[in-house]
Design a protein around this ligand. Structure first.
Ligand code: S3P
Length: 197
């Protein structure tokens, strides 16, 4: 059970290819919040693409960048945050996000994710002989974290716009359920993660 939670921000988590950045932009526009993509922040600071960071420095260095950014995010308000797929699969990162955000997980099956990412080459973790097997393996490890989001939204049968509407609806509901809630207020979250249906 969570005690008083601050809901200054809205954070999208979920596996690669679930639409976090696209949905995040749409939601940020509607809420008049700032949009922030953790991968984009890392690339800007490193002056290199995620792919190059993995190649030159390795995954552990990339994960350190992520954790540093997560710490900084705690100071933000009125921000929609789109996270890299592996970022919340770290207890400290996950807990930190929950201190200031409604955490929404965008969900899709391994097969659907594979369909969406198969023609993209910018994701170093999927540059593998058998990307579908890799997706299944990573998803199995991360699923326990994804399931701890406040809200799970299945993206398989919805357009990006419909997913964004669902996320907005959930954010407004969370605020309405808590009269003291607001961009700078506190929300008490007492409900279990829902599927967002
Ligand atoms: C990763 C997901 C990517 C990016 C990096 C690692 C992961 O972000 O952070 O390639 O570990 O799942 P997206 O989820 O935005 O593709």
């Amino acid at each position: 059970m969570d005690n008083a939670r601050q809901m200054r921000n809205l954070t999208l988590i979920g596996f690669m290819g679930t639409g976090k950045s696209s949905v995040g932009r749409l939601v940020a526009d509607q809420l008049h919040f700032t949009f922030l993509d953790t991968d984009a922040v890392i690339e800007a600071r490193a002056g290199a693409s995620i792919d190059d960071i993995f190649k030159q420095h390795g995954e552990p260095v990339f994960r350190e960048w992520e954790s540093r950014i997560v710490t900084e995010l705690a100071r933000r308000s009125r921000t929609v945050i789109s996270t890299g797929g592996g970022l919340p699969a770290n207890e400290a990162n996950f807990c930190s996000l929950k201190t200031h955000s409604l955490v929404v997980c965008l969900w899709a099956s391994p097969e659907k994710i594979f369909q969406r990412v198969r023609n993209q080459s910018h994701r170093p973790l999927l540059n593998e002989p058998d990307p579908l097997a890799k997706i299944r393996q990573l998803l199995a490890v991360r699923e326990p974290y994804y399931r701890r989001a406040d809200i799970l939204v299945n993206t398989e049968f919805r357009s990006l716009r419909e997913v964004a509407q669902q996320v907005l609806h959930q954010f407004h509901m969370a605020q309405r359920a808590n009269p003291v809630a607001g961009a700078h207020g506190h929300i008490q979250m007492h409900h279990a993660p829902s599927t967002g249906k």
